[in-house]
Structure formats: C-alpha cells, structure tokens
Write a new protein. Sequence first.
Length: 237
Amino acid sequence: MSAIVSVKNLSFSYESTTKKKAVSVENNILEIPEFSINAGEHVFLFGPSGSGKSTLLNILTGLLLPSSGQVKILEQDWSSLKGKTRDAFRANHIGFVFQQLNLIPYLDVLDNILLGAEFGQQNRPKHQLIEQAKQLMNDLQLPESLLLKPARQLSVGQQQRVAIARALIKEPELLIADEPTSALDEANRNAFLKVLFELAEKNNTTLVFVSHDQTLASQFKRVVGIQSINKASKSGE
Ligand SMILES: Nc1ncnc2c1ncn2[C@@H]1O[C@H](COP(=O)(O)OP(=O)(O)OP(=O)(O)O)[C@@H](O)[C@H]1O
C-alpha cells in the first residue's frame, strides 16, 4: 500500500518563527520520529486541547513547514515546493471540512460547492462540475431543490453536507476534517459520519478526522492519539 502521508524526524517549534526576543528557549510543540498514513485509510486523530492537533494538520497540509525533518504528501516533500506551487499542490490534492463550515451564506448551494473546484484542477468544463455537484448532493441525501437556495437558509446538518460536497468536488486524494461535528447533536453527528465514510469509500479518499471527542473513535479503523506519536508531549505533561 502506498503512503499518502509520510512524516520522518519531524520537529516543530513556533519560537523559530516568532520575533519575540523574550522567548529564548527552543520549545518544540511537535517531535514525531515517524508517522504515516496509507492510501484509503480513515484515521481518527485525537488529543486534548493544546496538544498540537491543529499544528500537525497545518504541517501535513503544507501551511506550516517543519523546523526540521521531512513531511511528504503523495511522495511530494512540502519543503521542496515553493509559494504558489505549494498552494496549487494543496488545492489539487487536499480537501478540507472545518468546524466553522466556511460556506458563503449569501451564495447558493451550487456556487458554494463549485467554489471547492475553483483552485483545483481547472481543466474540467463547468457542466461536468455541475453534474458532479448534483451527484454529490444525491450521495449526501440532499434534495436537488436546495441547489439554488442561499446556504444560510439550510439547516446546520444540511450545511455540513454541503461542506463535504465542496471538499470532495475536486476529488482530493486526502480529506482533512477538523472538528467538523462539534456543533452537532449525537443523531446528526452519526449521520454526518455515515455519509462521510460512504463518500470517502466511494471516491477512494484517505480521511484524517481530528477531534478531541474520543467517543467517536470506535467508528474508525485507525485511531491515533497525538500524544502517542509526539515525543514533545511527554516532557510537558
Ligand atoms: N501561532 C502560534 N504561535 C505560537 N504558539 C502557538 C500558535 N498556535 C498554537 N500555538 C501553541 O501550540 C500548542 C499546540 O496548539 P494547537 O492549536 O496545535 O493544539 P490543538 O491540539 O489543536 O488544540 P485545540 O484542540 O484547543 O484546537 C499550544 O501550546 C498553543 O499555545
């Protein structure tokens, strides 16, 4: 099985990028000797507040570069990509669903979904993207009649599904879901996970799902506590 994510000898500290002279001691947030995720895996990444989950996600997605070590996505080392190439690589290969869904409230559902393809592979004609948006709506059990409604008129559960459609329309190899269920009640949370798994399976998308809520862990085949891979957390706690 090929690795979608591969981390080797990673260390990261914010101090190296801060201008504050008061901070003189190097204080690593992350020290991860080795960590990888294979194609098609669904990984639940958990850890308490402040344990470095967001920092690790930002590193895996090339928004932050490691202080030392190597982070590869699809065999591509983030440190070897510069500026716009890095942004384009991220846009083409990684989808995101966040807790704050980041839908544009006054745009209709279709346009919100199509925004997901805006910065990705731009060689697909618009009519094809619209067909795919409709297919995703169908897969997510959202009625097509919602397509032309402004996103703000949808329920939170429906908006969550639109956010998944937006993340998947560019057919990313890797989908990052960062606390996407924290605003949902249990029934909606389970429904959200069910469609997320089904679609990830259907599209062969590797999933990294981050949460501090360990009750969700049992639904994932692979569960990773950040403190178990991060040596830096041992000394601090
Ligand atoms: N931009 C930053 N500059 C300096 N330190 C930061 C910055 N962002 C986060 N940190 C620190 O890095 C550590 C890890 O934070 P991070 O946000 O990655 O944790 P988290 O596990 O995602 O937390 P939460 O679950 O509360 O979102 C914390 O001690 C935090 O204070």
